[in-house]
Design a protein around this ligand. Sequence first.
Ligand SMILES: *Cc1c(COP(=O)(O)O)cnc(C)c1O
Length: 454
Amino acid sequence: MSERTKKIGQYDKDFIWHPFTQMKDYEEKEPLVIEDSDGAYLIDSEGNRYIDGVSSLWVNVHGHKVPEIDSAITEQLKTLGHSTLLGVTNPPAAELAKEIIDLCPKGMKKVFYSGDGASAVEVALKMAFQYWQHKGKPEKTKFVYLDNGYHGDTLGAVSVGGIDIFHSTFKPLLFESFKAPSYYCYRCPLNKTYPSCNLACADELGNILQENSSEIAAVIMEPYVQAAGGMIVSPEGYLKKVREYCDKNDVLLIVDEVATGMGRTGKMFACDHEDVTPDMLVLGKGLTGGYLPLSATITTQKIYDEFLGNYDEYKTFFHGHSYAGNPIACAAARGNIKAFENNDTLKKLEEKIELLEDELKEFNSLKHVGNVRNKGFMVGIELVADKESRDGYAPELKMGWQVADRALEDGVLLRPLGNVVVLMPPIGIPTSDLKKLIQVTYQSIKDVTDKNEL
Ligand SMILES: *Cc1c(COP(=O)(O)O)cnc(C)c1O
């Protein structure tokens, strides 16, 4: 290891506190220093190459060093680094807003910018809440969320989050919400089987709405894939059914497409699979192609209009972030959208998804793979100690991490979610790299689960 790598590693251990990381474990290992990139690959400070198997935690879209995004950023640097969006605008922010609306499901009309996914979720929650105040239904203050859902780590987002370990620590700080069942078919909370269930989980949500609609402002959910919950894929028709229940009960629908947006599921947005227009659509992660923090809460004219009024009526939406609409981030997002057009990304993705789904079938033959699921390029491979009973491995075995560590030896960088091995490569990944990613993952699962039986 070079002196330079050692020095960076030492500074890191001395001065950085890493997110979602047990620092006691971290301090015992040599840090992996990523310092260069090439397409679907990340390159460490020693020159080793790794396939970016989870898109740098679900943000990267076309790969790294994307010409359209690189040049959009460098061009923007020639004029303006930042200026506020509080009552003032800038060209990339305005032009990007138009481009986003053009891509969005029909009926989406206004873009409210923030920095991270969680901030954009806070915006959606507060917007929905304030909307009903203006509408003369101030008692509609509560939210419905799904078990296993994830919407970010700020307190509002955690309040509507369905992952218990993130919830329990902060419980006294959170506001009360209604929890509907997860659309987790492999471990159906209602003990039913699709399709004979007729989407009973959506009906449960419908019941909550019907019984409590007078106090419910909105439903918030991840459309088609509960990502952080374990890449849980919803059955077809679920989203549409939830939209119908929301309409029937005068409740807003917030879809969180922070993870599913920007092509990840095979269409630009997960909503597009079922032609659903939400009342609010939240974007983050892939919006800039994985370059810069930028998020957006996109809403309809109906919501927007309810906030219009005379200055002293105080109908203003009282929320904003310092870097909202940052021109460099917006320019990067425009480059990202341009790369979709130039490369015909979504069209080419169709074939890659076919290949992926074909190869994933093989995983079912592995003794400890209980469930393989995907929507487009979001893949969850759930490892189980026993296939028959579907019993999971004990957490202390860190099976997901064992697989990731094994894959790293063969040049693939993964980050699992508990016992779920996650694959979520950049959608622009070349076919040959995609094949390598799948093959290394297969072998890693096999090696680790075999070894565990000895
Ligand atoms: C990652 C994620 C968020 C939070 O985004 P951050 O940028 O990490 O704050 C919110 N919702 C979903 C669905 C996510 O996957």
